[in-house]
Design a protein around this ligand. Structure first.
Ligand SMILES: Nc1nc2c(ncn2[C@@H]2O[C@H](COP(=O)(O)OP(=O)(O)OP(=O)(O)O)[C@@H](O)[C@H]2O)c(=O)[nH]1
Length: 212
């Protein structure tokens, strides 16, 4: 379900469709940091201040030259806010589910998160699994293949990200925006766009070119 955006701006923003996207995952996995990196291109290191409740940021991304507006909801990972955040799942078109690659527990909790998502979200919600904090390789507790294998089991796209370095952050949101644009019946430049293949191709492209 897309909500047309209305407002005073005359830059095409008004005509963009609004797609609700929610960031979920355990407390401390980096949801707020990922959103700040995507929205402002920066990482604020230092003390961790847990999100209280829920808040959103609007971000317009260009997909094939067309504006797609993502309304990105940042939820609190702490258990005590869970009943509040469940209420927001229902309207979401996309869910970015994060774990922290340095925290086995946050990875082990992904199955429970997926159970909740399947209980409260729409059946056709786009889900993407993200293993965040990929820059902290010395403390890695979850192998990339474990993340990929879990994602395959649930049929969802997967990538590792770093809110600190920005690795794959834009790619994650752009892939979601493309998928949502396509679902809204708006054509893409790639006529056979598939989110899984798109992500794999982009990841290959960046690893190929980073070393060439
Ligand atoms: N090195 C590194 N640190 C990160 C990364 N992402 C987040 N952090 C750090 O991890 C801590 C928690 O990040 P948050 O973004 O607040 O986590 P959250 O998931 O929003 O937490 P809640 O609001 O409690 O749900 C902070 O100290 C961040 O600086 C990352 O990609 N790399």
């Amino acid at each position: 379900m897309e909500t047309p955006v209305t407002g005073p701006r005359g830059d095409g923003y008004n005509e963009a469709l609004l797609h609700k996207t929610i960031l979920v995952g355990d407390s401390g996995v980096g949801k707020t940091s990922l959103l700040v990196q995507f929205d402002q291109g920066k990482f604020i290191p230092g003390s961790f201040s847990a999100t209280v409740g829920i808040g959103f940021t609007n971000k317009v991304v260009a997909v094939d030259g067309v504006k797609v507006k993502l309304q990105i909801w940042d939820t609190a990972g702490q258990e005590r806010f869970r009943s509040v955040t469940h209420a927001y799942y229902r309207d979401a078109q996309a869910l970015l589910l994060l774990y922290d690659i340095t925290s086995k527990m946050s990875f082990d909790n992904i199955r429970a998160w997926l159970t909740e998502i399947h209980e409260y979200a729409q059946k056709d919600v786009v889900i993407m699994l993200l293993g965040n904090k990929a820059d902290v390789s010395s403390e890695r507790a979850v192998r990339t293949e474990e993340g990929a294998s879990l994602a395959r089991e649930y049929g969802v796209p997967f990538m590792e990200t770093s809110a600190k370095t920005g690795m794959n952050v834009e790619l994650a949101f752009l892939a979601i925006a493309k998928e949502l644009k396509q679902r809204a019946g708006q054509p893409l430049d790639e006529p056979h766009f598939q989110i899984h293949q798109y992500i794999e191709a982009q990841k290959k492209k960046s690893s190929c070119c980073a070393f060439s």
